[in-house]
Design a protein around this ligand. Structure first.
Ligand code: ADP
Length: 174
């Protein structure tokens, strides 16, 4: 049985097999959690991201997809970069947000990562409302870890919420 755990904290300080980054499609760094991961993890992560841009992802990583690199100096083995959708009031993009969690877990499973830490993807600069972002995240993780192929693959999926407001939103959604 996989444990889904909520913690308030900084994802760069989390020991896990894989830490998920709310990246942007350039994969070349940004603000928020992305900036924090590159700062704490060091230049090795960016070097692998550049290599991905030069090979498989010449046009960038599409929204809703995920790809892994080294975690550099972070207390994790891998960083899984995923690109969340920008919130839109006019268009329902929640499938893309759910896809970030599902695809990240698929990549994690392929790597053999049994403990995976997620931030609240899209809920910062990309403007997704926290309560909806939390529900979508939890639903997607439960669905993906409940699939037959994922049976026994994970020990713990941890949501690392940066502030009290995010932590409360996830607690409520849980
Ligand atoms: P996005 O562009 O996908 O919205 P952001 O990085 O701006 O990504 O924000 C995503 C979430 O990550 C926000 O809830 C933000 O508060 C949170 N966050 C920012 N820094 C960290 C960190 N070091 N650890 C965990 N969560 C963080």
């Amino acid at each position: 049985m996989v444990t889904i755990r909520l913690v308030q904290g900084d994802i760069t300080e989390q020991s896990a097999d894989a830490v998920v980054n709310a990246a942007n499609s350039s994969l070349l760094g940004g603000g928020g959690v992305d900036g924090a991961i590159h700062r704490a993890g060091g230049p090795e992560i960016l070097a692998e991201c550049r290599a991905l841009r030069a090979s498989r992802y010449g046009k960038g990583l599409p929204t809703g997809q995920a790809v892994a690199t080294t975690a550099g100096r972070l207390p994790a083995r891998w960083v899984i970069h995923t690109v969340g959708p920008v919130w839109s009031a006019a268009e329902d993009r929640s499938e893309l947000l759910a896809s970030c969690y599902r695809q990240s877990l698929r990549v994690a499973r392929e790597l053999g990562a049994r403990t995976v830490a997620f931030p609240a993807v899209s809920t910062g600069v990309y403007g997704w409302p926290l309560d909806d972002g939390a529900r979508t995240a939890l639903r997607a993780v439960r669905e993906e870890t409940g699939r037959e192929e994922a049976a026994g693959a994970f020990d713990e999926i941890r949501f690392v919420l940066f502030d009290r407001r995010a932590y409360d939103a996830f607690t409520e959604a849980m």
